[in-house]
Design a protein. Sequence first.
Length: 196
Amino acid sequence: MVGSTGPWPQVVNIWEEDGFAGLASSFRTELGSATLQDPALAKWWAAAAELRSGGFDRLIVPHPDTRTIEELCAAGVAGEAYAHEIVTVKPGTVRQFLDAAVKDAEKTSPAHGWHLAGAWHTAMRSDDEAILLWAIPTWEQWAAVEQSAAHGTDVLLPTSRDAIETRQRILLADAPLCPFKTGRQPNRDDRTDWED
């Protein structure tokens, strides 16, 4: 995360699973041992524990138009920066908000360059929270959008913004193994990626 835009040090990880069935299988692997951790990741967890002081997780469900990481990489989606937004709306309206946000992004992206790389709603809540991930090709394109926002003009979501109750945007930079940087999704069965 770019520390000037939120708490630091902090990272944002987004993992893809094969739906809730895939997540159930992952939870069984992770939590099915006496240590409540995947035994294959014991070395990784021991090292990570030294670097972490807490965190917060969400289970997120993709909007039907959100592409997988493989599809995004194949399309060459990447950025010099990324914007991660947490948006709250009235309970029960998050799906309608995401429909409108995706349509807004399709219309406005050519003008400002930001690409909506992901749109999700948070599971196990009141259908009131959305997560948006924008790939920003250049820092200058980031600055132009923020300049407009500072003057009260939302060039990203001009019609769907009326549904927003709260909105928090932070900036992200690629980690060395980020699929947007490498052009491929890490192989989750290759434990050397996780233990080095």
